[in-house]
Design a protein around this ligand. Structure first.
Ligand SMILES: [Zn+2]
Ligand SMILES: [Zn+2]
Length: 236
C-alpha cells in the first residue's frame, strides 16, 4: 500500500509536503538528470578513469573490442538513486503519470548532439505472455511520453520479443547474453528500413537486451540505432 499511495518520498523517505511530484520530494526530484562524470561516448557506461575527460568521444575497452550494434546509448541516471526508484515504480499500473513526469525532467542537452535526431521511437518489448500478465509495458509508456515530447512517431510493435527469456536474476553474464541474443525480431522490416531509430528501455543492466534489439533493427534495415533508458544498473 505504501508503494501505491506513498506519504513519503519513494527515494529518501522525506515528507511529500509541497513536493513537485506525487512520488518524490523536491530535493530528490531536482537530483534527477543531474548525472555527471565521465561516460563511454558509445555505450554510456559510467567510468571512473580521468583520461576520459581529456579525450573527446572516448570509448571504453568493451566498445573498442566488440563495437555494439547501437551508435550511442545514454541513461538518465544510476539505478542506485532516484532513477532506480522510478524504474521500480513504473512497473505499477497506478503510476501511469510518472512516465510523463520523468520524461519532462530529461535534460535534452546532456547527451551528444544529434542523439535525439531520430525518425522513429521503439520501446524494448515485453513477451506477449508477460504483457498479458502485467497488462502494460513500462518501457512503452516511457517511449510514448518521449515520442510526445520530441514530436517523433512511436512504433510500439515494430519490435517483437519472440522468446520469453526467464528472469535474469542470479544468472551469469554469459548465460544472460545467450538468453536474449535471439529473443527479438522485426515482423515488418519496411517499418524500420532506412530509419534512424531511438530504442527505449526502462533499465540497462548488461546491455545484452539493447544489443539484441539493436541488432534485430539493424538486420531489418534500420540505418542507425540510438538507445535511451531511465537507469543503468552497474554490474561490471
Ligand atoms: Zn526525497
Ligand atoms: Zn563503451
Amino acid at each position: 500500500m505504501e508503494l501505491l499511495f506513498p506519504a513519503a518520498c519513494a527515494a529518501c523517505g522525506e515528507s511529500l509536503a509541497g513536493a513537485p511530484t506525487p512520488w518524490f520530494c523536491a530535493t530528490c526530484w531536482n537530483r534527477v538528470g543531474e548525472l555527471s562524470g565521465p561516460v563511454c561516448h558509445q555505450c554510456g557506461e559510467f567510468l571512473s578513469s580521468a583520461t576520459v575527460e581529456t579525450v573527446p568521444d572516448w570509448r571504453c575497452g568493451a566498445c573498442i573490442q566488440t563495437p555494439p550494434p547501437f551508435a550511442i546509448a545514454r541513461v538518465m541516471g544510476g539505478y542506485d538513486g532516484v532513477c532506480g526508484c522510478m524504474v521500480r515504480l513504473l512497473k505499477y499500473r497506478e503510476k501511469t503519470a510518472l512516465a510523463g513526469h520523468l520524461v519532462r525532467r530529461i535534460d535534452l542537452a546532456a547527451v551528444p548532439s544529434g542523439f535525439w535526431d531520430v525518425d522513429l521511437i521503439v520501446p524494448v518489448p515485453l513477451h506477449a505472455s508477460r504483457l498479458r500478465q502485467r497488462g502494460f509495458n513500462q518501457s512503452a509508456r516511457v517511449a510514448a511520453a518521449l515520442a510526445a515530447r520530441l514530436g517523433v512517431p512511436l512504433a510500439v510493435e515494430a519490435l517483437w520479443r519472440t522468446v520469453d527469456t526467464p528472469s535474469q536474476v542470479g544468472m551469469r553474464r554469459r548465460q544472460r547474453l545467450r538468453n536474449v541474443a535471439r529473443a527479438f525480431s522485426v515482423p515488418e522490416a519496411e517499418r524500420v528500413e532506412g530509419k534512424n531509430i531511438l530504442l527505449v528501455d526502462d533499465v540497462i543492466t548488461t546491455g545484452a537486451t539493447l544489443n539484441a534489439c539493436a541488432r534485430a533493427l539493424r538486420r531489418a534495415g534500420a540505418i542507425r540505432v540510438h538507445a535511451w533508458a531511465v537507469a543503468r544498473q552497474a554490474i561490471r
